[in-house]
Design a protein around this ligand. Structure first.
Ligand SMILES: [Fe+2]
Length: 134
């Protein structure tokens, strides 16, 4: 039933970031559920809107947090976020036009699991090594 099952191994040890990552995953799972239930394109657009808001809110939180922490690679990290938003919009539009949600879902799953466990883990490791996290 769940498209992505949250795993403790995905956690970075930063409460609000982990919480929001779970929220994004939850929104993706809700989109998947809507697809599995055969919801209309209009309903899927609503769920996609929720995912957009969760994603933008999370990126704002994370970028503010990294700025406060003085993370030296904030700019390149924020660029990855911007690229995700553009690509997510494009793939969603294609998926709706083709009535095929699979590429959209597969893209989200692979992007988020990679981003959390590679790029986000990189800053978490940096902050820990530099004594910026308790
Ligand atoms: Fe990130």
């Amino acid at each position: 039933m769940l498209y992505i099952r949250w795993n403790e191994e995905n956690e970075l040890g930063i409460d609000i970031i982990d919480e929001q990552h779970r929220g994004v995953v939850s929104a993706i799972n809700s989109f998947y559920y809507g697809v599995s239930q055969g919801l209309s394109k209009q309903s899927l657009r609503l769920t996609k809107g929720m995912l957009d808001e969760m994603t933008i809110m999370h990126f704002e939180t994370e970028e503010r947090f990294l700025k406060q922490m003085g993370y030296p690679h904030l700019h390149s990290h924020a660029l990855l976020h911007q690229k995700l938003l553009v690509k997510m919009g494009n793939i969603f539009d294609e998926s709706i036009a083709n009535s095929d949600p699979d590429p959209f879902l597969q893209f989200l799953k692979s992007w988020w699991l990679h981003h959390i466990n590679e790029e986000d883990r990189t800053y978490a490791r940096y902050l820990k090594i530099n004594g910026k996290l308790s």
